[in-house]
Design a protein around this ligand. Structure first.
Ligand code: FAD
Length: 375
């Protein structure tokens, strides 16, 4: 039934970020006739990110609708930590916000779907969204995908993964063809610190100063200084910064678990669907999107609850790892956890860990032998 504004949909996805984009792709794939609306408060969807994920994070049943979102791919990546070097032979993907937004817009074009930008949702119920200007939209399903809630520092326990990335256009070719996901050959300050590089093209590279820190504050100029030193040490002196992105991702030791909002329908960070020990949400958001697109409305909370239950033990273990990292191991020795992780785990265990699919044996393998408290 259309409401006073005449807008009625099958799905309203509130927040035009990663989770809503994935849901839109999945819904269009499985139900091409469905009418959906994305409601985004900013002037464009998808924000300013580079989202990376492993090929193994994409289950076969979702690969057809995830494939168009993949902008860059590499057959493997490197890890350089604590004086050790490892090539991880797992296919690695990334997508920029610009690519992601253009695929979503293209996929929804010419259908009964709408992307509403500059539209802030002020009130959400199970079937209705009220916007800042009083407009109301109705739907059979309203999903709250508004991203992370503001961290309340009074009650928050845990650390942060924080980073500032610079997308660089070089005058010469970047010397390494594959990503370096962790390179700790950088001044260690403010927690465990490393550089992350994604060679997007021969002469275009994303270089991020990243750290696992107990504090959420980040200084852009200090990160730039470190990135410039890193580039110069690799013989890159002539370049132009064409884009920047930054993030401070919570790595909680407690707090909401996956599906914490159920039976209210909330996806992505808002619904607790993220990996507490990596800060990544791509893998779980794919799983949530697949369920939303293939499950009748009345069964959705129950089916999502089953998924949440599957993730519960892992989510608790990830929070335990954060406790180890931020509370029990001194910042100076944090690198040992990562060095050991990449020394003892084979590719299949690494893939399961990142995909939040790890087994009890994987978890055991990850912690046994980690430096004890106070080292
Ligand atoms: C810079 C950066 C890089 C990251 N890289 C990775 C990565 O490589 N891999 C990975 O798995 N994870 C990554 N993450 C972590 C996580 O996956 C992202 O934060 C992801 O975007 C979270 O998805 P989401 O849909 O929950 O929220 P978001 O993508 O943040 O989307 C929420 C959207 O809701 C909108 N919104 C909020 N309130 C309202 C409102 N009232 N009305 C309307 N719209 C509203 C926001 O403007 C935003 O567009 C990264 C995070 C950041 C910050």
């Amino acid at each position: 039934m259309p409401n006073a504004t005449g807008k009625s949909f099958d799905y309203i996805l509130v927040g035009g970020g990663l989770q809503s984009g994935l849901m839109a792709m999945a819904i269009r794939h499985h139900q091409p006739e469905a009418r959906l609306a994305i409601v985004e408060r900013e002037s464009q969807i998808a924000g300013n990110h580079t989202w990376s994920f492993h090929a193994t994070d994409v289950p076969a049943k979702s690969s057809a609708w995830v494939a168009p979102l993949i902008e860059s791919r590499w057959p493997s990546y490197q890890i350089l930590v604590g004086g050790r070097k490892r090539s991880v032979n797992l296919e690695y993907f990334s997508t920029s916000s610009a690519h992601f937004a253009s695929v979503i817009s293209h996929t929804l074009q010419g259908s009964d779907c709408e992307i509403l930008t500059n539209a802030t949702a002020t009130e959400l119920t199970g079937n209705r969204v009220t916007l800042h200007d009083g407009r109301q939209l109705d739907a059979a399903v309203v999903f709250d995908n508004r991203g992370p809630s503001r961290v309340d520092m009074q009650s928050y326990t845990g650390g942060f993964q924080k980073f500032w990335g610079f997308e660089i256009l070089l005058e010469n070719d970047w010397p390494i063809a594959n990503p370096i996901v962790m390179d700790d050959r950088i001044d260690q300050r403010d927690g465990f610190r490393f550089v992350y590089t994604l060679p997007l093209e021969r002469r275009r590279v994303l270089v991020e100063d990243t750290r696992f820190s107990n504090s959420p504050s980040i200084d852009r100029d200090e990160c730039l200084d470190k990135v410039q030193t890193y580039l110069s040490d690799r013989g890159c002196r002539h370049y132009k910064i064409v884009r920047e992105e930054s993030g401070v991702l919570p790595m909680p030791t407690g707090g909401p678990l996956p599906g914490s909002e159920l039976p209210k329908l909330a996806g992505g960070y808002r619904g607790g669907w993220f990996h507490a020990a990596t800060g990544y949400s791509f893998p779980m958001s794919i799983a949530v999107a697949e369920i939303v697109a293939t499950t009748p409305v009345e069964n959705m909370p129950a089916v999502l609850q089953v998924l949440a239950n599957e993730h519960l033990g892992r989510a608790k273990f990830a929070r335990f790892l954060n406790r180890l990292l931020f509370d029990l191991v001194k910042p100076k020795t944090r690198y040992q956890i990562f060095r050991r992780f990449y020394r003892v785990l084979d590719e299949s265990r690494i893939a399961r860990f990142y995909g939040h699919r790890f087994t009890r044996t994987d978890a055991f393998r990850i912690v046994v032998g980690i430096p004890p408290m106070g080292l």
